[in-house]
Design a binder for this molecule. Structure first.
Ligand SMILES: C[S@@+](CC[C@H](N)C(=O)[O-])C[C@H]1O[C@@H](n2cnc3c(N)ncnc32)[C@H](O)[C@@H]1O
Length: 314
């Protein structure tokens, strides 16, 4: 799970910013010259993208929601104002708890946005049912999520490193049906590792679901909570980090393997991890000091039907 200082994150979420253009452009297309009551940004992080979102629509009130207290405090301090406020909350909580956050009521929110949060959450089905519940009939959600990166198989090789192999064998080579015991993991990535590992291998063998499976999963999640899907798409993209340091900063904040390592060994683990990434990826880049990564992100637009009799696929 993300474990990064808010002020550092605020300076380094350039990839997320690049893909937030999807949310900003879609909002401009759909809400140009329309006045909006309330917008909620789920998993707002340090708040800079929430601010961009608020600037591109004519909105009375906007709220950023995040379960990381330092992020919420930072966002409120830097980006909070009369229109935009930031609140602590878990989008996977029971509805009673979510709706106890001042401002969030059933059928009360015009737009829900979420940039690069929903691939992290522990219960995507609960998260989407809360999103659906807070949306007004006719209201829409605009979501982006991490979906795939060319780095995934290279990153996974760290689980084979002689110093760490036993730890990963112990944690991951269990019954594939077993529920993960470590909370706050990247559900999009770790569930497939467990569910799909080859049973004869001592370690998880990473196999990312096909594009069809990934889009079907998100279409189904929307449909199951009563939302009509307007767009569910896996987008091919490339991000270029200006320097190696920026690339390593991103690697560190996204290193979900760290949660398996005892705290007193984490520095050593990160050294080994960077050395591995250096040898197998960074040094081989022809663009150095810039580092280029091909990846995919998921984009979702869904709408709550205006009334019960509306059919799906609006
Ligand atoms: C990668 S950051 C994205 C931040 C920001 N939206 C952006 O695009 O830069 C993911 C954020 O989601 C938050 N988050 C993860 N799970 C959450 C949950 N269940 N409820 C609310 N926020 C959550 C994390 O605390 C983190 O700040």
């Amino acid at each position: 799970m993300m474990n990064v200082l808010p002020e550092l994150y605020d300076q380094s979420n350039n990839l997320q910013k690049q893909d937030s253009q999807f949310i900003l452009q879609s909002l401009k297309n759909d809400y140009d010259k329309r006045h909006i009551g309330l917008l909620i940004d789920v998993g707002c992080g340090s708040g800079n993208i929430t601010q961009d979102i608020v600037h591109c629509v004519d909105v009375d009130k906007a709220m950023g929601l995040d379960l990381n207290q330092p992020m919420v405090e930072y966002a409120q301090k830097i980006y909070g104002n009369k229109v935009l406020s930031f609140h602590l909350g878990d989008i996977c909580d029971q509805w009673d708890k979510v709706s106890s956050i001042p401002g969030i009521v059933e059928n009360g929110v015009d737009i829900v946005t979420s940039s690069y949060c929903l691939h992290w959450v522990s219960d995507q089905s609960k998260a989407m049912s809360n999103v659906a519940r807070m949306l007004k009939p006719g209201g829409k959600c605009y979501l982006t999520m991490f979906s795939w990166s060319q780095l995934l198989p290279i990153q996974e090789q760290i689980t084979f490193h002689p110093r760490w192999a036993n730890i990963f064998r112990q944690h991951l080579a269990t019954d594939p049906e077993e529920k993960p015991t470590i909370k706050q993991t990247n559900s999009e990535l770790e569930m497939p590792i467990r569910a799909r590992r080859k049973s004869s291998a001592p370690f998880p063998v990473f196999e990312i679901p096909s594009i069809e499976e990934r889009t079907k999963k998100w279409s189904d999640l929307c449909t199951q909570c009563g939302l009509d899907t307007i767009e569910v798409k896996v987008n091919d993209s490339t991000f270029t980090y200006d320097d190696i340091e920026g690339f390593k900063g991103e690697l560190q904040s996204l290193c979900h393997y760290l949660s398996y390592i005892p705290e007193d060994q984490r520095d050593q683990f990160m050294n080994d991890y960077f050395e591995h990434m250096d040898n197998c990826y960074i040094k081989r880049q022809e663009t150095l000091p810039k580092v280029k990564v091909d990846y995919q992100f998921m984009s979702v637009i869904a709408r709550k039907p205006s009334n019960q009799s509306e059919t799906s696929n609006n």
